[in-house]
Write a protein that binds this ligand. Structure first.
Ligand SMILES: [Zn+2]
Length: 106
């Protein structure tokens, strides 16, 4: 199922919003680490509860990273954040340099 690459930046909207939303979830998960650990430590100050929270956080991070990694660039059809085995959260497509805010009015 090969889609024709789009050339009109205004048509990138839905795909760009999807990429941005998945990036947001991913970064929110990273930022949530400290408050989550602090909160669990306050409520259940045991090693076991901390370990469980950490395991859950890692699982969550893995899922959000995976979701953002498989988001495709609307212009070139490649994975936006993944080039070969490297996963990079840059603000540009790793293949065609399409900017993450390309569909927004400058
Ligand atoms: Zn691209």
């Amino acid at each position: 199922m090969e889609e024709m690459p789009l050339s009109d930046p205004t048509a990138f909207g839905p795909a760009m919003r999807l990429i941005r939303r998945r990036r947001k979830y991913f970064f929110a998960t990273i930022i949530a680490y400290m408050p989550a650990m602090w909160l669990v430590n306050r409520m259940f100050p045991t090693f076991r509860s901390m370990a469980i929270t950490f395991a859950l956080w890692v699982a969550f991070l893995f899922i959000t990273a995976l979701y953002s990694a498989v988001a495709r660039c609307p212009r070139c059809g490649q994975y936006f954040h993944m080039n070969g085995m490297s996963l990079l959260y840059l603000r540009r497509c790793l293949h065609c340099q399409l900017h993450i805010t390309a569909n927004r009015a400058e």
